[in-house]
Ligand binder design. Structure first.
Ligand SMILES: O=C(O)CCC(=O)N[C@@H](CCC(=O)O)C(=O)O
Ligand SMILES: [Zn+2]
Length: 319
C-alpha cells in the first residue's frame, strides 16, 4: 500500500480507493476504530464529516492516540450522487457478496474487499474494536439522529456506547431483532466490535449539509481518536429513546405500496389496525398501538426489507 508519515508521529496508508488507515507511532493504541461513510454515495454529510477529521489529522490539529480506518464505501456512487449502481452495498456484508445464486457486480466486489480490509485492520491486534457506519436517511425523522444496533442475542448493548453516541447528538436507538447483511452487523458478529449504523439526518447533496448540526458528533469523535481513555460520559436514560424492532416488512410482490406519503417522518407512530401498506390487495396493518415505521422504501427489489416496524421499549436490557 502507498504510505507516508506525518511529521514523524502518524503513519498513513492508502489500502485502496477510499480506504485510509492512520496509525500513531509513539503511543500504544488502546482501540481500533473504523469510521465508514458513503456506503450509499448520496448520503454526503458523513463523507464531509470524515473529510474534516482527516484534514484535522493531516494538518496536525488532531493528534491521534488510536488507530483509525476511514472507509469511503462506494466511490462510484459518491461521484454519481446515487444510493447504488447495481445494488445496495449495505445488504451484501457478512458473506452475502459471495452468494452463488447472484451474479457479481461492482458492489459485490467492493463488499468483499471492504470485509477483507476490516478483517486485516481488526485482526492486527486484540484491542477494543469500534465501528461507526455513518449514514443519512432518505426521509426526515422524529429523531433527527439515531443509531441502529445490530442483533446480538448473547450480549446486551453497552450503556457506555449509548451514552457516547447520545453525547454526540444521537437521540434514539433501534435494536435489531435478527441478523442482517449490513456492514455494522458484520463487524459486530465477526469481530465482536461495538458496531452501529448511525443516521446523521436527512440526505442532502454535497455542500448543502448543515454541519453545525454535527458539531457534537465531530467533537466526540475527536475525543475518541485523540484520548487514551474511552470518553467518560454518563448514561442518561431520560435523554434518549430505546426502540426494539418488532418486525421487518418485506416486499413479496412488485405492487407493494405504502399507504402514507414520502413526507411522513421515520418513527411516526400508528394505532393498532391502521393501514400501513398493501400488496396483492392484501392489507398490512399496525399490529399494536404505538407501532412506528422506520426506513420505509417501496422502491426496492422483491424479497428485500421495505420497512422496519419498531416500538419504544425502555426496558431493553443494557450492560
Ligand atoms: O432512509 C432509508 O430508508 C435508508 C437509510 C439507510 O441507509 N439505512 C441503513 C440502515 C442499516 C441497518 O439496518 O443497520 C440501510 O438501509 O442500509
Ligand atoms: Zn445509508
Amino acid at each position: 500500500a502507498e504510505q507516508a508519515v506525518i511529521a514523524g508521529h502518524t503513519r498513513v496508508e492508502l489500502w485502496d480507493s477510499g480506504v485510509l488507515v492512520f496509525t500513531p507511532l509513539h503511543t500504544e493504541a488502546t482501540r481500533d476504530i473504523v469510521l465508514s461513510s458513503g456506503i450509499h454515495g448520496n448520503e454526503t454529510a458523513p463523507i464531509e464529516l470524515c473529510n474534516q477529521l482527516i484534514q484535522a489529522i493531516v494538518s496536525q490539529n488532531l493528534l491521534l492516540q488510536q488507530r483509525v480506518m476511514f472507509i469511503f464505501g462506494n466511490p462510484p456512487t459518491i461521484n454519481n450522487h446515487t444510493r447504488f449502481v447495481s445494488e445496495n452495498l449495505n445488504r451484501l456484508f457478512n458473506g452475502e457478496h459471495a452468494n452463488p445464486h447472484v451474479a457479481s457486480n461492482g458492489e459485490r466486489l467492493r463488499a468483499a474487499r471492504l470485509e477483507a480490509y476490516v478483517e486485516r485492520f481488526f485482526m492486527a491486534a486484540d484491542r477494543q474494536r469500534l465501528h461507526y457506519d455513518l449514514h443519512t436517511a432518505i426521509r426526515a425523522s422524529r429523531h433527527e439522529r439515531f443509531a441502529v444496533c445490530p442483533y446480538r442475542p448473547d450480549k446486551p448493548h453497552l450503556k457506555q456506547q449509548l451514552a457516547f453516541l447520545n453525547a454526540a447528538g444521537v437521540e434514539a436507538f433501534l435494536m435489531h431483532h435478527e441478523p442482517t447483511t449490513t456492514f455494522s452487523y458484520a463487524s459486530s458478529t465477526k469481530y465482536q466490535a461495538e458496531a452501529f449504523t448511525v443516521e446523521l439526518g436527512k440526505v442532502m447533496p454535497f455542500g448543502q449539509n448543515d454541519l453545525t448540526k454535527l458539531a457534537a458528533m465531530r467533537q466526540m469523535l475527536v475525543v475518541l481518536l485523540s484520548e487514551r481513555e474511552f470518553p467518560r460520559v454518563t448514561y442518561q436514560p431520560d435523554k434518549l429513546v430505546l426502540y426494539r424492532v418488532c418486525r421487518s416488512l418485506n416486499k413479496h410482490y412488485a405492487d407493494f405500496a405504502f399507504n402514507f406519503s414520502n413526507e411522513l417522518p421515520n418513527f411516526t407512530q400508528f394505532a393498532k389496525g391502521e393501514l400501513l401498506a398493501q400488496e396483492q390487495g392484501i392489507a398490512i396493518t399496525a399490529a399494536q398501538d404505538g407501532e412506528a415505521i422506520v426506513f420505509p422504501n417501496a422502491q426496492i427489489p422483491v424479497g428485500q426489507r421495505a420497512a422496519l416496524c419498531v416500538v419504544a421499549d425502555p426496558a431493553i436490557p443494557l450492560a
